[in-house]
Ligand binder design. Sequence first.
Ligand SMILES: [Cu+2]
Length: 112
Amino acid sequence: MKAITRIAAALVLSAACTAVFAQHGGHDGDGHARPAATAELADGEVKKIDRETGKITLRHGELKNLNMAPMTMVFRVKDAAMLDQVKAGDKVRFSADRVNGALTVVQLQAAQ
Ligand SMILES: [Cu+2]
């Protein structure tokens, strides 16, 4: 009886694992060719905009390319015009990278 219980438990566990893997594998299966940069957009919320210094304060989610955990921080922006597209309180999607050693927002759009 004990052995049977153990096998049943193992089956349930492996079924759960398969379901998790199936979810994670589902992103690439929609057949749309997307630029890699777009796929990397992270979630953020604008806390503050400083047009004079060309900087934006964002509360951001995980930034995988920068190995960064969620936090609130100041970024430079690649193009000052980006600061006119959003305002404090807006939810945004963005990507950031190191440009000349400074963390810089290279892509920014209002979240849908
Ligand atoms: Cu950060």
